[in-house]
Design a protein around this ligand. Sequence first.
Ligand SMILES: CC(C)(COP(=O)(O)OP(=O)(O)OC[C@H]1O[C@@H](n2cnc3c(N)ncnc32)[C@H](O)[C@@H]1OP(=O)(O)O)[C@@H](O)C(=O)NCCC(=O)NCCS
Length: 138
Amino acid sequence: MITTASERDCERFALLHAHGFAEAWDASALRALMVSPGAIALASADGFLIARVASDEAEILTVAVAPERRRDGQGGALLSAAIDAARAAGARRMFLDVSSQNAAAQALYARAGFTQVGRRARYYGDGSDALVLALTLA
Ligand SMILES: CC(C)(COP(=O)(O)OP(=O)(O)OC[C@H]1O[C@@H](n2cnc3c(N)ncnc32)[C@H](O)[C@@H]1OP(=O)(O)O)[C@@H](O)C(=O)NCCC(=O)NCCS
């Protein structure tokens, strides 16, 4: 089940983020994103997603599922709920960055219909490129 998250979830999300990314965002950074204008913050049993809508564009800022609970549909459910929420908020296109080394996330996004629209060379700390993906919502 996907629920709307609140600021109170930021400590739990920080733990999930630390398990998902080499460059962890702490609870206060996540709280700031969650309360920013246009934020969409969603929780699953063992995962979370934060997106933001500005005008008619949405961006996935982060999504992570606990390592031991991956490949059980939570990431896909979070993404699907974020797409619905962004569309309901008036977004016509959704964007995100994903590492060229992150095959799991690329597969998740491809399955949802995202396609590559750009590439930022050596964008991440490990030297990998960021693929810029987009999905038309409207
Ligand atoms: C990316 C991530 C959020 C996916 O979460 P998840 O709960 O495992 O995703 P799901 O179980 O809903 O998978 C949905 C689909 O994505 C694809 N997928 C997910 N993990 C995959 C993997 N390891 N290898 C290949 N495809 C994968 C599959 O198509 C999968 O569908 P299927 O299981 O029916 O084949 C999770 O791997 C994660 O937290 N990774 C670390 C953080 C991260 O990289 N976030 C994305 C940053 S852009």
